[in-house]
Design a protein around this ligand. Structure first.
Ligand code: FMN
Length: 189
């Protein structure tokens, strides 16, 4: 028997994306966003409420970066999702995290997170929609395997659950290979 539960987008995992922008005085703002996904091979789509400082910053600068939150920075990442730069001017400084400017877009890169997508904002219709073209993708150099590929098990990234609002570790153990494991069933007819 299956049990009915309160409706939520029951998609797990949801990402924990850290959206970094510049405020009008050049200080850094970062917000936590779980409602984000890949839109195209080089594009990312975010749902950002128009009332957030981040939305205003993206409209003004036309740019943002998206980092993947990790286990080492759960507290800071959550704080960045519950405090707004609209009310707390030194929101980012309070975390103790560090940022440096992207060379390609008018947005900051957060040093402590292992993966960062530097994005140019693209025009997008829709109430909360923010679309970004990824113009650069960087990964900390100690997160690669012996073949030079990004090793997901070394990223330590976290994900979000919409049922109970938990943060979970993500990618600790590889359990299969996409576009490959299913071939066994094809072979067996
Ligand atoms: C786990 C989590 C996920 C969130 N996801 C989103 C989201 O996808 N879109 C959004 O607009 N706000 C989201 N928020 C809320 C913003 O991060 C929050 O309102 C933040 O204070 C906005 O900061 P800003 O006003 O400085 O931009 C999320 C918060 C948390 C804790």
């Amino acid at each position: 028997m299956k049990k009915k539960v309160k409706i939520t987008p029951a998609i797990f995992p949801m990402p924990v994306l850290m959206i970094a922008t510049y405020n009008e005085d050049g200080s850094v703002d970062v917000m936590n966003a779980a409602w984000g996904c890949a839109y195209d091979f080089k594009q990312i789509k975010l749902n950002i409420s128009d009332t957030h400082k981040t939305a205003e910053n993206i409209r003004r600068t036309g740019a943002f970066t998206v980092s993947l939150a990790d286990v080492k920075h759960v507290k800071e990442s959550d704080y960045l999702g519950i405090v707004s730069a609209n009310g707390v001017k030194d929101k980012f400084e309070k975390t103790g995290l560090h940022a440096y400017p992207s060379e390609l877009v008018n947005a900051p890169i957060i040093d402590e997170y292992p993966v960062c997508m530097e994005c140019k904002a693209l025009p997008f219709d829709g109430e909360y929609g923010v679309l970004g073209e990824i113009v650069n993708l960087t990964v900390d150099e100690d997160r690669f395997d012996e073949n030079g590929k990004v090793d997901i098990t070394k990223l330590g990234i976290i994900c979000y659950d919409t049922f109970c609002h938990g943060y979970y570790t993500c990618g600790e153990k590889k359990v299969g290979q996409a576009f490959s494991d299913g071939k066994d069933i094809i072979k067996n007819g």
